[in-house]
Design a protein around this ligand. Sequence first.
Ligand SMILES: Nc1nc2c(ncn2[C@@H]2O[C@H](COP(=O)(O)OP(=O)(O)OP(=O)(O)O)[C@@H](O)[C@H]2O)c(=O)[nH]1
Ligand SMILES: [Mg+2]
Length: 334
Amino acid sequence: MVRWTADHNVYIKILYWGMGGSGKTTIVDTLYRLTKDQKQDIEPTGNLTKIAMASGSTLYFDRGIFRSTKQRKVYYHVYTVAGQSRFSPLRKKIFKGTDGVIFVVDSQTHFFEDNIESLKELKNITRGQLITEIPLILMINKQDLSEIIGEEDFKQVLKDEKLWFERAVAALADSGPTGQTSAEYIRQHRIPLGFTPQRSTGASWFDWRKLRRGVFLRTTYANRQPDDPWPYALIAHEAKHLEQGIMGALSVRGELIAWQLQYDVLEESSTASFPRHVWQELRALAPDARADLKRARLLMKQVAGEGYRIDWLPLWPLLAEVAHRLKTLGRQPK
Ligand SMILES: Nc1nc2c(ncn2[C@@H]2O[C@H](COP(=O)(O)OP(=O)(O)OP(=O)(O)O)[C@@H](O)[C@H]2O)c(=O)[nH]1
Ligand SMILES: [Mg+2]
C-alpha cells in the first residue's frame, strides 16, 4: 500500500518473491551495491537489513530503503521473502501492504515445478489482485547455468495460471474509456477466460467442449503479447455477447454491436494498426435498421472469411425477428 506521510513523503513497498535459492537476496545485494556507487535512479539510504541463516538462506527477510534521486520525496521499501517452503506463514506476513512484486525464477530445469508452486502461493495470497492491482515483473534468473528453462517456458506457466488474461484485461482497462467499461464488466461478473482450439473464429463466448460460458480465445492467440490490442479487443467483443445474453448474441444485431465495440477499443488503443475502411463502414451502420444489418452481414463475412457463420443468424434477436416477420407477413406480395 503506497503511503503518504505528513511530511509529504511517499513510500512504496516492493517485494522480491520466489522459491528458496532463486537469487532474491543476491539481487537486492547487487541492487544495493550498484545504486550506492552509481546513484542513477535510486540510491540506498542506510544499510541493508539481512536476517539470514548461517547457510546464507534468508530466515526472515531482507530489507533495503532506497530513495529516488529525481523525486526526492519518493522512497522504496524493498523486501525479499524467505523462499524455503516451510516459511510460508512468514511470507504471508511480509507480503502485507506490497505495492509491486518482482518474481525471481530459478531457471534450472529441475526446479521448474518449485517455481510454479511459489507462483501459486503468491497468487493465493494476492487473491486475484496480482497484475490487476499489484504489478508483477518476472526476473528469469540464473540464465548463466546449463540445463535451464527459457522465457517462453515460463510464459506458458503464466498462461496456465490465467495470469496472461489478467494482463490482457489490465491492458484492456488501460486502453481507453470503452476498454475500461468492458474490463469492469469482465471483473465484476467474474467472467471465466480461457483458450480453446477453434478453427473458424478468433474467439467465442461458449466453450462447446466444456459446455460453459466465458470468453475463449483461439489457442494461437496465446503466442501474442497480452497487451497487443487484438487479443484484448477480442476479449471485449466476446464479453459484450455475454452481456447481451444468448438471444441477443445470436443475432446479426448482437454481432454488429460487438464488432463496433471491438472497433472502438482498437481505435482508442494507440498501437493498433489495421485496414480501417471496412471497419469504419461497419461502425457507421445502425444496429436497429434492417437494411444496415444486411449490409453488416456482408461486410463482416468479408472481413472474417467464409468460416464465419453469420448467415445462420436472424437479423434481430430471434423473438423480435419472428414478431417482425409475422407483422410483415400480410404485407408481402403474393
Ligand atoms: N549461477 C548463478 N547463481 C546465482 C544467481 N543468482 C543467485 N545465485 C546463487 O544462488 C544461491 C542462492 O541465492 P540467494 O540470493 O541466497 O537466494 P534467495 O532467493 O535469497 O534464497 P532464500 O533466501 O532461501 O529464499 C547463492 O549461492 C547465489 O550466489 C545467478 O544468476 N546465477
Ligand atoms: Mg534470501
